[in-house]
Design a protein. Structure first.
Length: 241
């Protein structure tokens, strides 16, 4: 690596002047400046060190041959259009603890993944900047409850990775209490719509839980589900609920 390829001021990478190919950004750089790699069409791969916490707007925009990017868990913010028009970039993986992310981050054909601290990741289908922005503005996983809430919020806000529903189904009993707030009710509705999770044996206990905890929206959803799928012995039974 030729350090003269990098124009660095106060630990900020201002501009890359190298020949492209596989590039390793030097340790100690804390920020990749705006347009630092703009239209560097010879760039194919970039490794960003753990010292970097910020990627500026349009930092890699127009790098039409960029295929691989390593983004560290230290990353805190990514600017607008940072990877726009990177036509060969098929996927990007971000830490779920990002604090800020810009709009129009990348192009439609780039798949975005959120990386969990335990190494697992979930895919965001299409360009979902607003949802992604919502999900990463918190510092998750301080305890197990945070992890469960995070998964429920993912599901409620439309993150439909193929591995997410099986997880929801397998861990429904643990996740159920986190589905009962107004913003996470869509997760419960999607679970019910699947018709694969809530059984006749389980439905009454779930309804009773919502009554005891005064979760009226969830109570209505579950009561209607019971009526449509399992029926009631009598109208009186329904009215009691």
């Amino acid at each position: 690596m030729n350090t003269s390829d990098f124009e660095i001021r106060d630990n900020i990478l201002i501009k890359y002047h190298g020949n492209g190919g596989e590039v390793i950004i030097p340790d100690g750089v804390t920020s990749i400046g705006k347009r630092a790699f703009l239209k560097c069409k010879s760039l194919t791969s970039v490794i960003i060190p753990d010292s970097v916490t910020n990627i500026g707007s349009m930092a890699f925009s127009g790098c039409t041959n960029l295929m691989n990017v390593r983004i560290p868990d230290s990353m805190e913010s990514i600017g607008h259009y940072a990877f726009s028009r990177c036509t060969e970039l098929k996927s990007l993986t971000f830490p779920c603890t990002l604090k800020e992310i810009g709009s129009c981050l990348c192009d439609y054909f780039t798949q975005i993944f959120l990386r969990f601290p335990d190494g697992k990741s979930f895919r965001v289908h299409g360009r979902e900047d607003e949802k992604l922005n919502f999900m990463i503005q918190k510092d998750y996983f301080k305890n197990i409850d945070d992890k469960y809430l995070f998964v429920v919020e993912l599901y409620a806000f439309g993150f439909d990775d193929e591995g997410l529903f099986p997880y929801m189904k397998k861990n429904f009993r643990k996740l159920f209490p986190f589905m009962l707030e107004e913003e996470t009710i869509p997760a419960l509705k999607k679970i019910l719509d699947s018709g694969e999770v809530v059984t006749k044996r389980r439905i009454d206990k779930l309804i009773q839980y919502t009554i005891e905890n005064q979760k009226h929206q969830a109570q209505i959803l579950l009561t209607d589900y019971k009526y449509q799928h399992f029926e009631f012995k009598s109208m009186g039974e329904k009215l009691k609920l």
